[in-house]
Write a protein that binds this ligand. Sequence first.
Ligand code: ZN
Length: 303
Amino acid sequence: MAAPFGLRQTTMYSWQVEAAIASVNSLLPVNIRLRLAPAWDVAAARVAVSPRALARGAGPRIVFTESPSPRVLTSYDAARENCTFAGAERIPVFLVDDARLSKSESLFVPDGQRSIIVNADSLSRLWERLGINEMFGGSASEPTRIHTALVTVLLLHEVGHLHFEDVGSYRRPEPMKSVDFFRDSDQIANPEVRADRFAIERVLAFREGSHVCFEGFFGYNIDILAGDLHRAIRGARSAFEIPNDPFGAFDGLPKPLLLRKGSYSHPDLDLRFMCMDALLYPNDGTLSELLKLSLVRDADQNH
Ligand SMILES: [Zn+2]
């Protein structure tokens, strides 16, 4: 399957991204029709330990079938490792490695398309910048479960853009309003905040997903995945917050300029993870600190 804009495809980090795709699919509830599928040749990456053994991959094989039901029905065939989604919209995920993309273009929905692009070239930098290597061990050459979990969170954000039919991932930065913290994603107008809120809602409501494929293929409980997602978000937020101390928790000197760009945009991962963490742990005081530093504006301010 050709990638949008003729971008060059790769299999670098295909195991991590395929596992993240399986994780995302397991977290989506029956009334959200989108399900992700790798656009690369997953069969080529599967490994058989003996000529007669079933070749193992990083995730179940994904099959789509038609269904008249408005709800997505998920079933798992353990013998074939097939995960079947009946009545879902297939969203291809392209794994690319192309010099035309900048390193800051890590994961995105191309304008007007129903697909997601993952820039494999950017993942090692992303894991390093968001502190995953340092905090959880592993590295870009030996990724851990948490490396995959971070990709899962970012993919959920892209599913949010597709779910709300945003034109693409990149739009003019918009101010973030504090009222948005207390709204469900479908009540939020700012597309970036809305997509992050959507991702956090999926993490918080992980039990509403269909886990037969995930638990059948990986052999462990979905609660482990939920824990990994919490750790990845906390880790990414901490990698920025602890050394930079924007709230002055360490030295008593709040440093709002570190974050104050008056905006909330797709590539602004520091502020985004700070806010996602605040949504995940609404009672730990992060939101009030963000408000105090005017990093999030109050509802009565217009700009
Ligand atoms: Zn976005």
